[in-house]
Design a protein around this ligand. Structure first.
Ligand SMILES: [Zn+2]
Length: 150
């Protein structure tokens, strides 16, 4: 019988093949708590924090959501939201996020993308995911990318 996913510990849930094919850790061998602390320190020295960045990401995604599937210009960024069927559980078990992907290009042609779950992980847990995870966002790079929204 398949184990109830609610009873799988967080550390296990972050691994590949449990909640998502690729998992959330990449090849990072640090405990997730250290990843969170290290990234928080990077953000503090950049003069920002996870919630502030999550707010900006949400602002761009929300503005483009009504026109999902089409590229729209939001506050100087080009934004493309793609919505998929279904939801995915947060590995910390407090949320189920819609399967939604946001791609964003800035004026300099730089591109970053995030999922709805990724934004939740950043906002609620300060977790940007492990090095090498396909959806990891580098906090300093993200902060710089979103700077125009200050
Ligand atoms: Zn969560």
């Amino acid at each position: 019988m398949k184990e109830n996913p609610r009873h799988i510990p967080v550390v296990e849930s972050l691994r590949e093949g449990i909640l998502s094919r690729d998992g959330f850790m990449g090849e990072d061998t640090r405990p997730f708590t250290d990843i969170i602390l290290d990234d928080a320190a990077v953000l503090a020295s950049a003069g920002t924090n996870a919630v502030e960045l999550a707010d900006k990401m949400t602002r761009l995604t929300r503005a483009a959501l009504a026109q999902a599937g089409q590229e729209v210009v939001v506050e100087g960024y080009r934004v493309l939201v793609e919505d998929y069927m279904g939801r995915i559980s947060c590995p910390f078990r407090d949320h189920r996020a819609p399967k939604r992907n946001t791609q964003v290009w800035d004026n300099a042609g730089r591109q970053m993308s995030w999922t709805a779950l990724g934004v939740h992980l950043i906002r609620a847990h300060g977790f940007f995911q492990g090095q090498g995870a396909p959806y990891r966002l580098e906090p300093a790079q993200l902060a710089d990318f979103l700077r125009a929204l200050d």
